[in-house]
Design a protein around this ligand. Structure first.
Ligand code: PEP
Length: 252
């Protein structure tokens, strides 16, 4: 059975103290009521070591939101995959549309990041998804397939075990506009078929594919009720413990 996952992406929010407070609140909530899915929180780099230590004996895993496309050396301001790993974090989110758009991360750069993350023992949450213009031109399948082919389909089946896919239609991120559960299910099923073409049906069946884009407690049960939606990558609603817990509870 593939994993059901609810993962938060704090983005560039929360001071260290605010992040510690949020992680503590979540830890206590999930200790009191065990989640029925894997829970991950993606935090800015500066939180990783402290939050990983805080959550060491909890059910919550920690993720970075990015890592460098170089191993080490004279790259001022960058944070390498091995540095992320040394904080105790287990995951890294790569390919987020905000990184692709604002920081010009190409499929080739993302491929380097994916390889370095996996080589350093991190698991990758790899984001794909189309823009509104692409959706209106009915290009969502081609866009998703090309993003997978460009950055992750070179991996071996063994490496693929450490990859989670997050389908995030750009037009639904932070906009309050959610893909309908039917729209999301349709493309998730397509993404799974692309994985099956490369790695076979068994591996595709074990691959967790998360939905991201204005997911909240009110729409999570319908989305997660679809057979090919294995959880969510959550931006805005991961910034308050009650909101995030409401989404986690959709798996109960
Ligand atoms: C995201 O950016 O990964 C995301 C899904 O954001 P939001 O939930 O705020 O739409």
């Amino acid at each position: 059975m593939r994993k059901h996952i609810v993962a938060g992406n704090w983005k560039m929010n929360k001071s260290l103290q605010e992040g510690v407070a949020l992680a503590t609140e979540l830890k206590e909530m999930l200790a009191a009521q065990k989640p029925n899915c894997d829970v991950i929180i993606g935090t800015p780099f500066i939180h990783l070591a402290t939050v990983s230590e805080l959550l060491k004996d909890s059910v919550i895993a920690v993720s970075a939101e990015n890592c460098a496309d170089k191993e080490s050396g004279a790259y001022t301001g960058e944070v390498s995959a091995s540095m992320v790993k040394s904080t105790g974090a287990e995951y890294v989110i790569l390919g987020h549309s905000e990184r692709r758009e604002y920081y010009h991360e190409t499929p080739e750069i993302l491929k380097e990041k994916v390889d370095l993350a996996l080589a350093n023992g991190l698991k990758v949450i790899f984001c794909i998804g189309e823009s509104l213009e692409e959706r209106e031109a009915n290009k969502q399948e081609a866009v998703c397939k090309a993003e997978l082919a460009g950055s992750v389909f070179h991996l071996t089946a063994e490496q693929w075990k450490n990859v989670v896919i997050a389908y995030e239609p750009i037009w639904a991120i932070g906009t309050g506009k959610t893909a309908t559960a039917e729209q999301a299910e349709e493309i998730h099923a397509y993404i799974r078929s692309c994985v099956a073409e490369v790695y076979g049906a068994e591996v595709a069946d074990e691959t967790s594919i998360l939905y991201g884009g204005s997911c909240k407690a009110s729409n999570a049960p319908e989305l997660f009720g679809k057979p090919n939606i294995d959880g969510g990558l959550i931006g805005g609603a991961s910034l308050k413990a009650d909101d995030f817990k409401g989404i986690i509870d959709a798996w109960n």
